[in-house]
Design a protein around this ligand. Structure first.
Ligand SMILES: Cc1cc2nc3c(=O)[nH]c(=O)nc-3n(C[C@H](O)[C@H](O)[C@H](O)COP(=O)(O)O)c2cc1C
Length: 341
């Protein structure tokens, strides 16, 4: 197995373990809706549909970016893609770098001919590979948008991680200027805060995925793989580093409210674990909500299991909307929160 394939397989194995989920409270529990005892709604008529990247989605849930480029990754991606197609929700691919470098077949578009597919590259890889790499990531899967992930904390914890982050913003800016599809920028679990968001907006980015902490802990996963005891000691204090999705959503979604010239779409992610968290994220300002790790176990098993997971999440969202008296996602975004005594 090549080094990249070994690393991807380790990521899958470790991400399944509860010890690599942030033990600290994601704080989503603190978003408490006012319970509407008189919903005046028929549960089944609640409208959870939305548009994303100009295309219809059955619900605002995105299958978050997970891995490819290893043997198990191929089956995982197939199950996720088939489920995205069936459920009419978008799917983000994991980093395509390994597949591009190893010249592997990328079949996501074949499995999901009509779904919204989001390509994916790491920011430091983009800074090295430039537009050619970005175009290849988009073309191989006919991507509707390209995700660029920022992961400086993960790279610091990773054996032989990339420590040179110069030129990343310029590479993103060039992609915004030259590519035909929108650019989405995300973290991988440490969060994108207002300062980084401002720089991204100035570079032309109009889609930001928070990927805050509270869920999968990439510092912890990489340290478990890191053979250097010195590196493990250095990084120990950073195991809980990062900003929570709960704290990031309001300031990021306020950016558009304050400056109407900026039409920024914020995707909530990082530690979202069920449909009630999806509802909470929409209330905090997200227009779409992505989950990664919750889909991993079902994706290892089958497409049907991923579909069932999506159905359960959708049903939880529908019930949250019912209990908040929200007939559609617009109403949910303004639903009343519990009065504080
Ligand atoms: C097994 C696995 C592999 C991942 N690989 C990628 C990746 O290649 N690119 C990326 O942008 N994010 C990747 N992520 C990060 C997720 O997209 C997400 O931002 C992060 O895990 C936090 O969300 P969660 O708490 O819902 O898992 C991966 C996550 C998991 C669980």
């Amino acid at each position: 197995m090549t080094d990249i394939r070994r690393r991807k397989q380790d990521h899958i194995d470790l991400a399944r373990q509860p010890s690599h989920q942030m033990s600290m409270d994601s704080e989503f529990e603190h978003v408490r809706f006012e319970h509407i005892a008189l919903p005046e709604l028929d549960l089944q008529s609640i409208d959870m549909t939305c548009t994303f990247l100009g295309q219809y989605c059955k619900s605002p849930v995105i299958i978050g970016a997970m891995t490819g480029g290893c043997d198990e990754g191929e089956a995982i991606n197939r199950h996720l893609a088939e489920a995205a197609e069936y459920c009419m929700i978008p799917m983000a691919l994991g980093s395509q770098r390994a597949a591009i470098e190893l010249n592997l077949q990328q079949n996501a578009r074949r499995w999901a001919p009509n779904a919204i597919l989001l390509g994916n590259l790491g920011a430091t890889q983009l800074a090295k590979g430039g537009l050619t790499l970005a175009q290849s990531a988009i073309e191989t899967i006919s991507a509707n948008a390209l995700i660029i992930h920022l992961n400086p904390l993960q790279e610091l914890a990773q054996p032989s991680g990339d420590h040179n982050w110069t030129g990343v913003l310029r590479a993103i800016e060039i992609c915004c200027l030259k590519l035909d599809v929108p650019i989405i920028v995300k973290e991988v679990g440490a969060g994108i805060g207002p300062t980084a968001a401002r720089s991204l907006i100035d570079a032309g980015v109009r889609y930001i995925e928070t990927a805050g902490c509270g869920g999968t802990n990439w510092a912890s996963i990489e340290l478990a793989r890191n053979p250097s005891s010195r590196e493990r000691e250095i990084m120990q204090p950073f195991l809980t580093w990062g900003m929570r999705t709960f704290d990031l959503l309001p300031p990021l979604s306020d950016i558009s409210g304050i400056d109407e010239a900026i039409d920024l779409q914020v995707i909530g992610s990082g530690g979202i674990r069920h449909g009630l968290d999806v509802a909470r994220s929409i209330r905090l300002g997200a227009s779409m909500v992505a989950m990664a790790q919750p889909f991993l176990e079902p994706a290892i098993r089958s497409s049907e299991d991923v579909i069932e997971k999506i159905n359960i999440i959708n049903e939880q969202l529908r019930r949250a909307m019912f209990l908040t008296g929200s007939a559609n996602l617009d109403a949910l975004s303004q639903a009343k929160l519990e009065p504080r005594g």
